[in-house]
Design a protein around this ligand. Structure first.
Ligand code: BDP
Length: 721
């Protein structure tokens, strides 16, 4: 390029970057893009009769609801709708909670309020004095806000809005993001930049991002956020930081979002100057009581604490010869007078326990069933190991009928290619939620255990380890926004179908054009199986490279703790591959209800997707399709790579339907994903081939590099570690 041309080129890039924020904002706006073209003529015709919005109460939450509705409708419909219309003489949209409704309107709603809980909403088309109105109401103002977002989603996704009669409520109480954010703003397992929480500038400076974050969460029904990492720092509990937490809580409150913190169990020593953190020590008990008082004085609706104790080196009650119940109940007593909750994590395993790691949490927690205080909920990861591309559901979900159990999903893609791989996680979440625990006979699904429909518990909840950072687009990958969105929707209703979620998200985020929606939705739905295939097919797990978990590392065997080594999980040798968790092995299958145990224990009935999770099998073992295990495994790896290629082809055809910026971003990311899928396939197959001693079957591409080459790859600065 000639110098002058080069300068011009550079200048135009600069112009593009700095003078076209509107383009970049598309990413930033998430699924809340209120675009004119997204809705059909019928909707506009119908709404054009509506002359204004009537707000019946003066609360912060209703102000937000009104502004959201007003801006969105004007943007989408080009309407000149009045924001502060009067009820008389007009067709309007009425916003107000139950108590603010006139008797006439209450009569129109009829028994609707019996159908919803405190956070639920009703959207109803009514007619009062010959005028047609749409009323959006709830028992509390937060229900109205949720109703507004639901109503807007109907318009965004081109759903009919005539004769509305909708009543909906969240199925769980605690719908919460877990931020693994450190006070220095790094994020453990975060792949979308640094933490949103700018502790240094808080409380004086309120970043607009805090507001936008709250708004995005409210729009999908999320009502809680744990601001800090489970590997906790006690400093967050000092006045210096609590003042900052208070500022955030004030921003989030009108959006229905409560703030929670992680409690470092040894905080009484570290910041309290005590000699011990023993939960039975009166000084410690009082310290936590005072701490709770101090927090609630600042933040009256503080949610409570999330605790990781005696896990991966974190302090806990066991350091003092006490147990999880002692620790959790002591904290529960401290927050109980203020309505606070303790979310006690069950993610425990020990290097001193020679037992199969997959069995340890169950073994440690199930004996405590029924022993926790009312305001304790035990937070259990979806599977017994650790957020793998696929895991059978955690056996604890079918085993503690007297204890509220909360689901913990990971939205950030620690083991699923970071924010570079397109993987639609609601598909994974749905698979777990639909799994049948058989705890109380057929149909006791994990969703039913979690949403309290199987045993009535005071507390129910779903947590998601956040994938949000300060990247312009929040989540690193434009499609990772769908995982945040989908998590929220599923925490509201764990029975939602992931395809419905993908459909909604695509329409709200990109376009309603069927030519775009149908192939891209298919691509999203298949993306989960693709990642399983190119990383850990047939039940393999935890064979990622060590520490950072980026890329394959099935060969890793030199770490001090046995269960941190991938070789512990795949157990490949000359005789075959897989972890025998059946009766002939560690008998982990016995932790499930008899029906499930039987299914997993017998190699003939064990679903092939979980085969090597539960069984160690001969390389020549015959799969259901007649292939040998070795051939089948190799072909699955290849299938995963082919699926990514196919995703690329599908995406390339989407160019004309969406903005160039997001199109290009996804295109580049898919190219990286394709390259890395091949890396996974080649590295794993070359490694396992040393044991199988067999040729790659026809149809599997030959690796381009040697095993030594793959082993030599090092990533000292892999993010999130
Ligand atoms: C593992 C992560 C680690 C977390 C831990 C946890 O590698 O960073 O601290 O889980 O959930 O997945 O506590």
């Amino acid at each position: 390029m000639k110098p002058i041309k080069k300068t011009f080129f550079k200048l135009s890039i600069l112009f593009f970057v700095f003078c076209c924020p509107a383009l970049a904002q598309k990413d930033y706006k998430l699924w809340l893009q209120y675009e004119k073209k997204t809705n059909s003529k019928t909707i506009s015709d119908y709404l054009s009769n509506i002359k204004g919005i009537v707000v019946l109460e003066d609360t912060e939450t209703l102000k937000i609801a009104k502004n959201e509705l007003h801006t969105a409708l004007n943007d989408m419909l080009g309407n000149k709708m009045q924001a502060g219309a009067k009820l008389e003489g007009n067709n309007t949209i009425i916003l107000g909670s139950k108590l603010a409704l006139s008797p006439e309107i209450q009569k129109e709603i009829g028994s609707g309020f019996d159908l919803i809980n405190d956070e639920g909403f009703i959207i109803k088309s009514i007619s009062v004095s010959n005028k047609n109105h749409i009323v959006i109401t709830g028992k509390k103002d937060i229900g109205v806000l949720y109703g507004v977002y639901h109503f807007l989603r109907l318009i965004q996704t081109n759903k009919p809005i005539q004769n509305l009669n909708i009543a909906d409520s969240p199925k769980t109480n605690i719908r919460i993001l877990n931020h693994w954010d450190n006070l220095d703003r790094t994020i453990e397992r975060g792949y979308a930049g640094f933490s949103l929480w700018n502790w240094q500038k808080l409380p004086g400076f309120i970043d607009q991002r805090y507001v936008d974050y709250a708004r995005a969460n409210a729009s999908i029904g999320i009502n809680g956020t744990v601001l800090t990492n489970v590997n906790a720092n006690a400093l967050i509990l000092t006045p210096q930081y609590l003042e900052k937490v208070e500022a955030l809580a004030n921003v989030f409150r009108p959006y229905g979002i409560k703030v929670y913190l992680t409690a470092r169990f040894s905080a009484p020593i570290e910041i309290g100057g005590l000699k011990t953190a023993d939960p039975k020590d009166p000084g410690v008990v009082n310290w936590w009581k005072d701490k709770a008082k101090e927090i609630y004085k600042r933040i009256p609706d503080f949610g409570g604490f999330l605790v990781k104790a005696n896990s991966e080196g974190q302090p806990g009650p066991q350091n003092y010869g006490r147990d999880h119940v002692d620790g959790a109940n002591m904290l529960a007593d401290a927050v109980a007078p203020f309505g606070g909750v303790i979310m006690w994590r069950a993610f425990v395993y020990s290097e001193h326990d020679a037992n199969d790691r997959a069995k340890q949490a169950y073994a440690e927690f199930v004996p405590y069933d029924g022993k926790f205080k009312e305001n304790v909920i035990v937070q259990v990861k979806n599977g017994a190991i650790d957020f793998q591309p696929r895991e059978p559901f955690h056996p604890m979900f079918g085993a503690m009928p007297k204890t509220p159990l909360m689901m913990e999903f990971q939205i950030t893609q620690e083991y699923l290619g970071f924010s570079t791989h397109l993987v639609f996680l609601p598909k994974l979440f749905q698979e777990v939620l639909e799994a049948d625990t058989y705890q109380k006979g057929k149909g006791t699904t994990v969703a039913k255990v979690v949403d309290g429909s199987y045993i009535k518990t005071k507390l129910t909840g779903i947590a998601g380890v956040s994938n949000i950072g300060n990247d312009l687009n929040w989540t690193g990958h434009p499609f990772a926004q769908a995982n945040w969105y989908g998590f929220g929707r599923l925490s509201w209703n764990p029975n939602l179908d992931s395809e419905t979620i993908a459909d909604e998200w695509l329409r709200c985020t990109f376009s309603n054009d069927e030519n775009f929606i149908s192939p891209i939705k298919k691509m999203m739905i298949e993306s989960r199986e693709a990642v399983v295939n190119y990383m850990t097919p047939l039940g393999l797990h935890h064979i990622m490279d060590t520490g950072h978990h980026y890329g394959p590392g099935p060969w890793v065997s030199n770490l001090s703790r046995p269960e941190w080594n991938p070789v512990y999980y795949h157990k490949a040798d000359k005789n075959g591959i897989g972890f025998d968790r059946s009766k002939t092995g560690t008998n982990a299958t016995s932790q499930y209800a008899p029906e499930v145990e039987k299914l997993f224990d017998n190699v003939k009935t064990c679903p092939e997707k979980d085969l090597l999770w539960f069984h160690h099998l001969d390389w020549d073992y015959k799969l259901k399709n007649g292939q040998t295990l070795w051939d089948g495994l190799a072909l699955k790896y290849q299938e995963g790579v082919d699926q990514v290629k196919n995703m690329q082809n599908i995406w390339n055809k989407a160019e004309k339907y969406i903005d160039n910026e997001r199109f290009k971003e996804v295109q580049m990311l898919l190219q990286i994903q394709y390259k890395e899928a091949k890396w996974w396939r080649d590295a794993c197959l070359l490694y396992f081939q040393q044991y199988s001693g067999k040729e790659l079957p026809v149809g599997v591409e030959k690796p381009a590099q040697s095993l030594d080459y793959f082993k030599s790859l090092k990533f000292p600065f892999a993010p999130g570690n």
